[in-house]
Design a protein around this ligand. Structure first.
Ligand code: NI
Ligand code: MN
Length: 241
């Protein structure tokens, strides 16, 4: 079983086996995540897609309390190290790292990136998460891109986390096209409704996806869902240290 908990905006906790991987924890400053306390979040790893404030969010505080390892690009890792984060794993696009029972691989994203203080933050990215025979794709902030076609051809993605709010990322129509390119039939929407500029018509978005044969799942902040996994052996080979 893979458990997914949504914390609003683009923040999710994915639990698979022993791994509890938190993505882009923008919570205390998120008006749409008022009922969620970062002190209740238990995680082993934190993946950061890029340096914008609505993705770095509460990373420093959560990493300090939990001791979770932060997985992000090298430039973000250097910045977080200067801010006192102890356990960091800086990688870059194409790089992969073990995260408990999962393998996390950094992918491209078509987006910009800089830190709240103006520091250079490297390239914006997304992540693949592999657990047993399952591959999840967390797109980060991105527009529709040809690399998604490549991921669809080379990976077997069963669940994709795609931005759907428009303005700063894809909107629902492009995200539905992305799901087609990714050959993924199940999408969890993110980066929508947090602010007026990324407000969407939920019913319209769901039907846009439905018309292409894909299910769009819109979770509420705080909500938790289970996704079944196939009970096959780990497909990826353990990395040698
Ligand atoms: Ni961004
Ligand atoms: Mn963003």
């Amino acid at each position: 079983m893979i458990t997914v908990q949504y914390y609003g905006h683009s923040s999710f906790l994915i639990e698979a086996g022993e791994a509890k991987i938190l993505f882009d924890p923008f919570i205390t400053s998120n008006p749409a995540a008022k009922g969620i306390s970062i002190d209740q979040i238990d995680c082993t790893h934190i993946c950061i897609s890029h340096g914008h404030g609505d993705h770095i969010g509460d990373t420093i505080a959560i990493a300090a309390r939990t001791g979770a390892e932060v997985i992000c690009n090298y430039e973000l890792a250097l910045w977080l190290e200067r801010k006192g984060v102890k356990k960091l794993h800086g990688i870059n696009i194409g790089g992969e790292v073990e995260a408990g029972d999962c393998l996390v691989k950094m992918t491209t994203a078509a987006h910009s990136s800089s830190l709240p203080d103006g520091s250079y933050a490297g390239l914006a990215a997304g992540f693949l998460v592999k657990y047993r025979n399952n591959t999840l794709y967390f797109a980060g902030d991105t527009g529709l891109g040809a690399d998604m076609k490549f991921l669809g051809e080379t990976e077997n993605i069963s669940l994709a986390f795609l931005p759907i709010g428009g303005t700063f990322t894809m909107g629902p129509a492009d995200a539905a096209k992305a799901a087609e390119l990714l050959r993924c039939k199940q999408v969890i929407g993110m980066h929508f409704d947090t602010y007026p500029v990324i407000r969407i018509d939920r019913e319209k978005a769901i039907s846009t996806f439905r018309n292409t044969g894909t299910e769009l799942i819109l979770m509420e902040a705080g909500e938790k869902r289970n996704f079944p996994v196939t009970a096959q052996e780990l497909k990826w080979e353990k990395l040698s240290v």
